[in-house]
Design a binder for this molecule. Structure first.
Ligand SMILES: Cc1cc2nc3c(=O)[nH]c(=O)nc-3n(C[C@H](O)[C@H](O)[C@H](O)COP(=O)(O)O)c2cc1C
Length: 365
């Protein structure tokens, strides 16, 4: 049986994992479960707003359509999916992560949406942990995305490790994440981001599957988006500010040692909407995933109307994933229903019409 997390527990119990966790990895796996714990128990969201409240979808009192004709199916990396929804990377490397990943993946398969796993570094370091990411047995058909931090390309990882991450889970694509703010907060010595663009280009040009470059909640700028387009990224996930803040998560994790240090960075980052609009303007021809603080179907519809091709969520799926695949499925299904309801009342019946952006307007201040 999987290790169940009792979130009321004061002491975070990692003893039960000693059979699959060497001492070298212990602190990282503790961090992984610590992230989950604090994301479930504490306010880990940025004090900054995503910016979606600055926009309204325009109500149509006379939608010239039948609700039942609304079609939000689309394609993702060569596969048909039922909705432009992506289960974003959350976790891996621990027994708790195994259960979370499997619950997310089962739900993604049943709803036919995109699934991704959390950073696979622990799995690359210790093959015994590979199983914590493997979900193909429960999600055989959906697009599945592998996940690695781009910074590791400056610390010994290369094409071989990226390929291994992809093969480990039978992925259709690789999420390479950029996370300088998260890294600097972790207090790690490995903070050399120099020259990464060229190394990312090498991965994009030679990996067996497409690469999506993403942020982790601080927002891609137009400059970085242009660099990543040039590097050969097939898609970008802007993952902007306004949702989960890694500054906050990390501050909880390090509470004893650094106390309140760093709180000035609690609202660091480019708000999701600003990042989306800037990146869309800069790289109009690359598909964009909108994420970071998206919390309901109306915000998904707004993101699509502002030019995103897909939308993704992490934090809202975490607590459901601790429960069961059924609850995850219900949660995502409700978001998808909200997208369709919003589209109906805007009078648009498909994604092409929604993405024209004619049914969204900036509120007057
Ligand atoms: C508990 C947790 C773990 C995460 N782990 C990863 C990870 O391993 N790799 C990654 O690319 N992003 C990771 N993220 C970042 C998310 O994928 C996402 O970009 C960010 O949380 C913003 O989305 P949200 O506001 O919907 O949570 C994680 C997020 C959470 C909440």
């Amino acid at each position: 049986m999987f290790l169940k997390i009792d979130i009321s527990q004061k002491d975070w119990n990692v003893q039960d994992r000693s059979d699959i966790t060497t001492l070298k990895e212990r602190s990282s796996t503790e961090d992984k479960d610590g992230h989950i714990r604090f994301c479930l128990e504490k306010d880990v969201e940025s004090s900054k707003s995503t910016g979606f409240e600055r926009y309204d979808l325009i109500n149509s009192s006379l939608p010239d359509m039948d609700y039942n004709d609304i079609d939000i199916s689309c394609r993702f990396m060569g596969k048909d999916i039922s909705a432009p929804f992506i289960v974003l990377p959350l976790t891996g490397g621990t027994e708790t992560a195994t259960e979370i990943n499997r619950n997310l993946a089962k739900a993604a398969q049943e709803l036919n949406v995109v699934m991704s796993v959390g950073s696979q570094r622990l799995g690359l370091e210790n093959p015994a942990l590979e199983a914590t990411y493997q979900v193909r047995d429960v999600a055989p058909d959906v697009p599945l995305l592998a996940n690695l931090g781009a910074i590791y390309l400056n610390y010994g990882y290369g094409l071989k490790e990226c390929e291994r991450a992809v093969q480990m889970i039978g992925a259709d694509g690789l999420f390479l994440y950029l996370n300088p703010m998260q890294k600097v907060f972790q207090g790690t010595r490995n903070l050399n981001f120099k020259g990464l663009s060229g190394k990312i280009a090498h991965i994009c040009g030679n990996l067996s599957v497409p690469v999506i470059v993403r942020e982790v909640g601080f927002g891609l700028s137009s400059d970085v988006a242009l660099q990543m387009k040039k590097a050969g990224a097939s898609m970008l996930d802007i993952s902007g500010a306004g949702g989960t803040s890694w500054v906050k998560v990390t501050r909880y994790l390090k509470e004893d040692s650094i106390k309140k240090f760093g709180s000035n960075f609690d609202d660091w980052g480019i708000p999701t909407v600003d990042s989306l609009i800037a990146v869309k303007e800069a790289v109009n021809d690359l598909p964009i995933i909108a994420s970071g603080g998206i919390r309901n179907g109306i915000e998904i519809a707004k993101a699509l109307a502002l030019g995103a091709s897909y939308a993704g969520m992490s934090l809202p799926l975490l607590s459901p994933a601790m429960e069961s695949s059924e609850i995850v499925k219900k949660t995502i299904d409700n978001f998808i229903k909200e997208v369709k309801m919003a589209m109906f009342c805007c009078g648009v019946s498909n994604l092409r019409a929604l993405r024209k952006g004619e049914c969204i307007r900036k509120k007057e201040l």
